[in-house]
Design a protein around this ligand. Structure first.
Ligand code: OTU
Length: 695
């Protein structure tokens, strides 16, 4: 039951991926923000002084406790981590919860949680912690290649994944993201993003012991396990939610609810709907329990996903416990879901608020203290200027997430394929702020979600396009409505009030492979394969950690079988969440098949990538201007290996760039042999790409 009553539906309501609105998101005027704003405005030096004094008071006791809990060198290492990270814990907690002196006590309490978690780590994980303290930027190694899959669709169960590790090894995978696998609610569960128990695995997939076992097997093969951390909400059936509703004092203030529509209406006036077609609004009416809570409960996503209220430090403490337990089970990378939404402010779009960054910084610092082998990956599908801060790129640098999805690169690649023109990509990528050297992008072509056209109006304007019309064009193009489109996707969450929509569909289908197969057109099939490989070549060679989405290595097309399952039928994102199919899999070594071509090339991409020091993710990527609008050019420089240049021709015609861009470089990867240079130009065929590097 979702409240639609009395909500102003006038045109002009905020749209989700509308650059114009994203750019309008401003902090509320002074005096309207949470109390932490006073702390946030203090000069850095003053805040650091407070933190240093607080650490001095705490250290003697902490040393004793660490010695007792860990002993020996582990205790020394733990205390060193606390000393190093203390400001990164204390400053954000002070901004979030620092009314009076309570923050010192809170910090002490949370460090105790971290110490207990460190002590509970099994010997193999302590050994991994050691390694990662020696090599803290391990995730930036050019050998890193991620693979993203649903456990059941990929291998049936967690135990079944073991049988697929050779497949992953062949693809050079060093990082396995298994889609949500904690116990979800019954029935609809948003693909597992409605968690009913953080301490249990979905029984259909296995047990926590299976998860630990798999993590160990992966570790033994040099692969890291990544799991989703759904921070923003729990299922309505989660014990925290049940406890809160029943009035259990341990869960008081865990969720937000209002007795009438006044505040929900005020919030919704400026908050875009995430799922406008079936879950409009951001609040759901929940009848009040006797002696307990209820009312209009904040539900940003589906009505059965209740938003946690992080203005309550108990919620933060509870989530920290969850994180450290998952790390203790052997999870090395936590994909922090939907993080932009963690802090809500009236009068804003409810995303990317200062609290969100404070929360992530504190969570990150405490995780590093307890389990230094662990890294955080931000899932923030937002405008470019809002994205870089999740990697710690803010005015006052403070470590935040080591990784974040590069949704800009993903969106701009799809946009460029449709327009056969790389200028928007070049402009927008050049305008992005650099990321701190210790952080990296997770680059990807497709994922389990829809594609939201996060193209900003400013970037569109810079190449002479109108933002809204371009986004409309992209929806028309990828839903296949646009005349001559090669794509077979579908609109997701079309919002008739705003005209906004996103796109579902598998990479292969969006690249034209479905259309070509349906029409039996060999030329079109060739172009579709080249598009799919081109996108992956950019993503593998851009710098960062490339994430391969399961099924793309076999060019799997849209799968409409989800329509037969009533729990899935209303969410067309399931069309691009494929079942791993043994028939196409069996063709992967046959170079005369589509599967064989994709599989062999992706193996090659990973192998070549592993040898390119310039693809170490700590080196910056520079996107370069060029005089041929069809070509995306990027350059990476590494002090040891020298220069690396990537070229991608996103059009269906031959293209060329100034030969000076590639002077002295050899082609290390391409579909078409070494890049020919003549007449002062380096030439690429239609949909051609190349990586070039110093010999
Ligand atoms: C995430 O996505 C998940 O990836 C989705 O599969 C979930 O449905 C959702 O959270 C709720 O848990 O809006 O359309 O900026 O864009 O978190 C997908 C982040 C989403 C949001 C993103 C969200």
């Amino acid at each position: 039951m979702r409240g639609g009553t009395g909500i102003d539906r006038a045109p002009g309501r905020p749209t989700r991926h509308d650059g114009a609105v994203i750019e309008d998101a401003r902090l509320p005027p002074e005096g309207h923000g949470p109390s932490g704003d006073a702390t946030r405005r203090l000069p850095d030096v003053e805040r650091r002084r407070r933190a240093a004094a607080s650490l001095r008071r705490l250290l003697p006791g902490l040393r004793r406790d660490a010695e007792a809990a860990l002993g020996g060198t582990d205790a020394v290492a733990f205390v060193a981590r606390v000393e190093r990270s203390y400001p990164d814990v204390h400053l954000p907690l002070d901004a979030l919860y620092g009314r009076g002196s309570g923050v010192d006590a809170l910090t002490r309490r949370l460090l105790r949680v971290a110490l207990d978690a460190a002590a509970a780590r099994p010997p193999e994980l302590r050994a991994l912690d050691r390694r990662r303290e020696v090599d803290p930027r391990w995730y930036q190694d050019p050998r890193m290649v991620g693979y993203v899959a649903y456990t059941d669709r990929f291998a049936g169960t967690l135990a079944g994944v073991t049988g697929r590790l050779d497949h992953l090894a062949e693809l050079g995978v060093t990082y396995l993201h298994l889609m949500p696998l904690l116990k979800p609610r019954e029935g609809e569960n948003d693909g597992g993003y409605a968690v009913a128990d953080h301490d249990a695995v979905d029984p259909r997939l296995g047990t926590m012991a299976d998860l630990e076992h798999l993590a160990g097997e992966l570790r033994a093969r040099g692969m890291s396990l990544c799991v989703d951390l759904v921070l923003n909400h729990t299922a309505a059936e989660h014990p925290w939610a049940r406890g809160w509703l029943a009035g259990d004092p341990r869960y008081a203030g865990f969720y937000t609810a209002f007795a009438d529509r006044e505040m929900p209406d005020a919030y919704e006036a400026t908050t875009p709907d995430v799922f406008p077609d079936r879950a409009p609004g951001s609040f759901t009416w929940v009848p009040r329990a006797r002696g307990g809570a209820g009312g209009w409960v904040r539900t940003t996503f589906w009505d059965y996903q209740w938003d946690l209220d992080y203005s309550n430090p108990e919620v933060f403490a509870a989530m920290l416990g969850t994180v450290l337990r998952l790390a203790g089970h052997g999870v090395e990378i936590l994909r922090c879901d939907a993080v932009p939404f963690l802090g809500k402010r009236l009068g804003t779009n409810g995303q990317n608020q200062p609290e969100v960054h404070d929360l992530l910084q504190a969570l990150h610092a405490l995780t590093t203290v307890a389990a230094p082998a662990t890294v955080l990956k931000a899932e923030a599908i937002v405008a470019p200027e809002d994205l870089v801060p999740y990697l710690g790129g803010h005015d006052r640098y403070r470590p935040e997430c080591e990784l974040a999805y590069h949704n800009q690169l993903m969106v701009l690649l799809w946009s460029s394929l449709a327009t056969r023109d790389a200028r928007l990509a070049t402009t927008a990528l050049r305008r992005m702020a650099p990321v701190p050297a210790e952080a990296s992008w997770a680059t990807y072509v497709r994922c389990h979600d829809d594609i939201g056209w996060a193209v900003s109006d400013t970037d569109a304007g810079a190449v002479g396009w109108d933002g809204p019309s371009h986004r409309r064009f992209l929806n028309d193009f990828y839903s296949g409505r646009f005349p001559g489109s090669f794509a077979q996707g579908a609109l997701f969450q079309e919002n008739p009030e705003t005209g906004d929509a996103r796109i579902s569909g598998s990479a292969a289908s969006l690249c034209g492979i479905s259309d070509a197969v349906d029409r039996g057109d060999a030329g079109a099939l060739e172009a579709g394969i080249r598009r799919l490989l081109l996108l992956h070549a950019v993503v593998y060679g851009y710098g960062g950690v490339p994430l391969l989405y399961s099924g793309d290595e076999l060019a799997l097309r849209n799968d409409v079988s989800y329509l037969d399952d009533p729990a899935l039928a209303d969410d067309n994102r399931w069309m691009h969440r494929p079942w791993f199919d043994d028939r196409p899999f069996a063709r992967r070594r046959d170079p005369s098949t589509v599967e064989g071509r994709l599989f062999a090339r992706l193996r090659e991409f990973a192998a070549v990538r592993a040898e390119q020091l310039a693809l170490h993710a700590g080196a910056p990527t520079d996107v370069l201007e060029t005089d041929d609008p069809a070509v995306l050019v990027w350059r990476r420089r590494h002090p040891r290996s020298g220069t690396f240049v990537g070229l991608a021709n996103l059009s269906d015609r031959p293209a060329s760039v100034d030969a000076g861009l590639v002077a002295g470089l050899d082609t290390v990867l391409s579909l078409d042999g070494p890049v020919p240079v003549h007449d002062g130009r380096a030439h690429l065929p239609a949909l051609g790409f190349a990586w070039l590097a110093e010999p």
